[in-house]
Design a protein around this ligand. Structure first.
Ligand SMILES: C[S@@+](CC[C@H](N)C(=O)[O-])C[C@H]1O[C@@H](n2cnc3c(N)ncnc32)[C@H](O)[C@@H]1O
Length: 339
């Protein structure tokens, strides 16, 4: 089990037999090994895939919003990697708890759990540290029952991006990539005006949907699909497409787990770190698997930090890797699958 699950298990008596909302857990055996009436909310599709054999749809929710679970005895938030995501989750969890109900926060010291007291301050008089082990801490606060109703629109950012050929209205939520601005790498990729091969185009790791929105307008004969592992990103991408009058399909996928059929092109600013550690394994797995989704002569076009050793991987799995654009930090790579 994950370290955060192990520290919860050490305090099993706090949860045994209780009706508990568990938010953002890892996909491990905690909900099986610790017998409580668990209601899990995750925004991570990989976690949903990992837990859906253990929990039925009533007890497991994959969404950008917290399910409206009533009569809770307690709630546990596993500290997300982005602090603003923790604030977003707490603003939804707190109104579900009656005054005096315990709200727990658990997480790794490196992952920001030391800010637990501050995070719980708006919802409770004081917070206490219950346990500290395996580089993790467990905190508890009794909520004051005065949390305001959660209003999604208050957490949503809307902003307009200007490109040489179009302006795009983007919608974003806390913890969605480059919340409120355009990433420099994505910008470089969008400066490349070479048309994509016509047909089905996948935006892998779509975030708020900026790549697909701009490229769909530039490639009107193509059909765009957008995938991401994060429910908040999927919600934002759907909103972005709608506001810009672009039609495309948006669905969850962990890597290419749910992408079926062959594509004329795949575009991406691939994720290169998960959690606290730098990690390129998702991108590596993506290069390895994307070949089976590319049509002959299908193009993979990505942007990445220039220091990442992607060209060799791309050449191993797809074909000769060309640099379309570069600046002092990023490179836009293109590779075409064998015909
Ligand atoms: C660098 S961001 C790019 C976002 C957006 N395309 C842009 O250009 O602004 C990478 C995206 O990949 C998503 N991601 C991370 N791991 C993933 C996975 N295993 N499967 C699919 N998407 C993933 C992240 O949630 C994030 O939205």
């Amino acid at each position: 089990m994950d370290n955060t699950s192990q520290i919860l298990e050490r305090s099993a008596e706090l949860f045994a037999g209780k009706r508990v909302l568990l938010v953002n857990p890892t996909a491990d055996s905690l909900t099986v090994q610790l017998p409580a009436q668990w209601h899990v909310w995750t925004w991570d599709y990989a976690v949903w895939l990992g837990l859906n054999a253990q929990l039925d749809a009533e007890h497991l929710s994959f969404s950008h919003q917290c399910p409206a679970v009533g009569e809770l005895d307690a709630a546990v938030l596993v500290m997300p990697k982005a602090l603003e995501r923790a604030e977003y989750a707490l603003a939804q969890i707190a109104p579900l708890l009656q005054a005096g109900c315990p709200l727990y926060l658990v997480g790794e010291k490196k992952g920001g759990i030391t800010r637990a007291e501050k995070l719980m301050q708006p919802y409770a008089k004081y917070a206490e540290k219950l346990d500290s082990a395996r580089h993790c801490q467990l905190w508890r606060a009794a909520v004051n029952g005065q949390a305001a109703q959660f209003v999604l629109a208050e957490w949503q950012k809307q902003f307009t991006l200007e490109f040489s050929d179009q302006s795009v209205e983007l919608v974003s939520l806390p913890g969605v990539f480059s919340h409120g601005r355009l990433d420099e790498g994505s910008q470089l990729l969008l400066e490349e005006t070479k048309p994509l091969p016509k047909g089905k185009v996948l935006d892998f790791g779509c975030g708020a949907g900026v790549l697909a929105t701009v490229l769909a307008r530039r490639n009107p004969g193509s059909q765009f699909e957008l995938v991401d592992v994060d429910a908040l990103a999927l919600y934002c991408a759907t909103q972005t497409l709608q506001r810009n009058g672009v039609e495309a399909e948006v669905y969850p996928s962990d890597g290419l787990s749910d992408v079926h059929g062959r594509l004329a092109a795949v575009v991406s600013n691939p994720p290169f770190h998960t959690g606290i550690k730098h990690d390129t394994s998702i991108a590596e797995r993506f290069f390895e698997q994307v070949t089976r989704n590319l049509l002959p002569r299908g193009e993979l076009r990505i942007v990445a930090n220039g220091f990442l050793k992607y060209p060799a991987l791309i050449e191993t799995h797809i074909g000769p890797c060309q640099v379309l654009r570069e600046n002092n930090r990023f490179k836009v790579y293109s590779a075409v699958a064998p015909g």
